[in-house]
Design a protein around this ligand. Structure first.
Ligand SMILES: Cc1cc2nc3c(=O)[nH]c(=O)nc-3n(C[C@H](O)[C@H](O)[C@H](O)COP(=O)(O)O)c2cc1C
Length: 232
């Protein structure tokens, strides 16, 4: 099998997992996942990322409790949307702590915004430095998800909103200056994730110029979102 075949198999095999067994994961797999994450691309090679590896059950429960507390007040906001497009992740479904509390490892992907100075100054001024920063952090997280799949593990992307970022940083003792936009939960899935779903490749690829015959109406986008939520 060629490297490309192997890579495509891993890309398509990766699925977001939202239920974990408590079983520990091999230390060498964890080390490789962290190693892969720190080989991600970053603007100006600033490498803003650092990782806090959380295994302690009580710390994970405190983090998950933070997220549950936020849902209590984002829930009503989510309910204001028509049922077809509501995101289940925003709802307070009274289910207690998020399943990542059970995952054997949660990696907090944090970063030092001072490193942005390595990038061209216009990137900060014109694009907005938070945007460049978040691109960098998302890259590191994504590579870790792929490495986890290659290691035979399952993973979940956990977005950290600015609403609970500060409290999370307090729990983990992260310096005030740092930002912590995302966490990666790792473990073995307690139940097989649902099959992946992507739009047809030919619907989204344009040759040379944007093909307006592929442009979607707002109604088509809404029914697409409704279709995605039905598959969850
Ligand atoms: C920017 C971003 C934010 C996400 N936030 C969350 C999250 O907070 N919780 C979660 O369980 N999944 C989160 N996800 C995962 C997506 O829901 C998931 O990738 C998508 O539904 C496609 O499913 P798949 O990963 O199984 O292909 C996020 C993914 C991205 C890229």
């Amino acid at each position: 099998m060629s490297d490309l075949d192997t890579f495509m198999r891993i890309v398509k095999k990766r699925r977001s997992t939202r239920s974990f067994k408590p079983d520990p994961i091999p230390e060498d797999a964890l080390r490789n996942i962290l190693d892969a994450g720190h080989w991600a691309m970053s603007g100006g090679n600033g490498q803003p990322w650092e990782f806090v590896v959380v295994k302690d059950g009580e710390t994970k429960r405190r983090i998950a409790a933070l997220q549950s507390a936020i849902r209590k007040w984002t829930g009503p906001l989510e309910l204001s949307r028509t049922p077809e497009v509501r995101h289940p992740g925003g709802l307070d479904r009274g289910e207690g702590l998020a399943p990542f509390a059970v995952a054997p490892v949660v990696i907090a992907v944090l970063g030092d915004p001072r490193t942005l100075i390595t990038s061209v100054v216009a990137a900060s001024i014109l694009t907005g430095e938070r945007e460049v920063f978040n691109h960098n952090m998302a890259n590191a997280a994504m590579v870790m998800h792929l490495a986890a799949t290659a290691a035979g593990l399952n993973s979940e992307w956990i977005s950290v909103s600015p609403v609970w970022e500060g409290s999370l940083k307090n729990i983990l003792g992260v310096p005030e200056l740092y930002r912590l936009p995302v966490m990666v939960a790792l473990g073995y899935a307690a139940k097989e994730p649902k099959p992946g779903f992507r739009r047809d490749l030919d619907d989204i690829v344009h040759n040379e110029k944007y093909d307006m015959s592929k442009f979607r109406s707002s109604e088509a986008v809404l029914s697409y979102i409704a279709e995605i939520h039905k598959k969850r």
